[in-house]
Design a protein. Structure first.
Length: 294
């Protein structure tokens, strides 16, 4: 794979890079497309402060889950750890709510992934129906998950490289056109609005146990991967959200695909490519976690 050609990197460090890429690819998902609108709602600097405050909270939550995961020799997921830590009552609450939340996320990713594929292939004049692309996305993701965690990690490694590259390229194009004249005053009456979006765009809680499995039994490696992976994903998401906030000004669309208008016409395909990679990496990771939970 891409990481194996880096011969100057030791096998252990290559495994750390792969585990980090799995976490980054999972965290950078559909939520990043809502960040520009959230910055517009509360003001850029207030939104940035809130974003990084929540990034610190999410990082601590991820690290706490690492500690819990390493405290038990058997490989479990959040539902199993809820039983160990909270007893039967906590187990049944988690057993009902955790799979449902994963299924809801998977369903949303399925819809969005099919839409991004549909938009991408419209550039090549492949006018296949949206429903068919959603079915293709679903079957492809299911096959990847059925092949196991190591195969998921390999696919995520490649996809994350492309994901980060397309994110930085979109941000660069956006910043070239940004005027930085957007009103950045604080809207205090809107400060509660971004909490859900920010937490959703920052959280990788559903893949932390898989990351621990990839680094087990080395506690230090797990802590390093989760810390750096969470913060790198937060930084990349913030760059994407900030760059599109300044270029969009007041014309922030309601759909991710609306951001095509802010790229040069011959680079418009980058948005559906980035969107597909962001959704696909998260979809596969959440589905893998749900499979392991069951």
């Amino acid at each position: 794979s891409f990481f194996d050609i880096l011969v100057f990197v030791s096998p252990r460090n290559r495994s750390l890079i792969k585990a980090t890429s799995v976490l980054i690819g999972t965290i950078i998902g559909a939520g990043v497309f809502a960040l520009p609108a959230m910055f517009a709602r509360v003001g850029f600097w207030a939104g940035t402060g809130l974003f990084w405050g929540l990034a610190a909270v999410v990082t601590c939550a991820h690290l706490l889950l690492v500690e819990i995961s390493l405290s038990y020799p058997s490989k479990q997921r959040q539902v199993g750890y809820a039983k160990e830590v909270l007893g039967k009552g906590g187990f049944w609450i988690a057993a009902l709510t955790y799979p449902l939340s994963s299924i809801g996320m998977i369903f949303a990713y399925l819809l969005l992934g099919g839409e991004f594929l549909h938009q991408l292939f419209l550039f090549a004049d492949w006018n296949i129906s949206l429903l068919n692309w959603q079915i293709i996305f679903w079957i492809s993701g299911a096959l990847v998950v059925l092949l196991g965690l190591k195969f998921v990690a390999k696919i995520e490694s490649w996809a994350t490289v492309l994901l980060v590259g397309s994110l930085l390229l979109i941000s660069w194009f956006a910043l070239r056109q940004a005027s930085f004249s957007e009103d950045v005053s604080v809207q205090w009456n809107q400060m509660l609005v971004p909490f859900g979006i920010f937490l959703f765009s920052l959280s990788g809680i559903k893949i932390v146990s898989e990351v621990v499995d990839l680094t087990r039994p080395r506690r230090r490696d797990a802590l390093l991967v989760v810390t750096f992976g969470t913060l790198i994903a937060a930084l990349l998401s913030w760059i994407f959200g900030a760059s599109l906030f300044f270029v969009a000004e007041a014309d922030i669309g309601h759909r991710p695909i609306d951001f095509i208008q802010f790229l040069p016409s011959w680079w418009g395909w980058l948005i559906p490519v980035f969107g597909f990679l962001a959704v696909a990496t998260s979809y596969v990771a959440v589905a893998q976690d749900l499979k392991a939970t069951f």
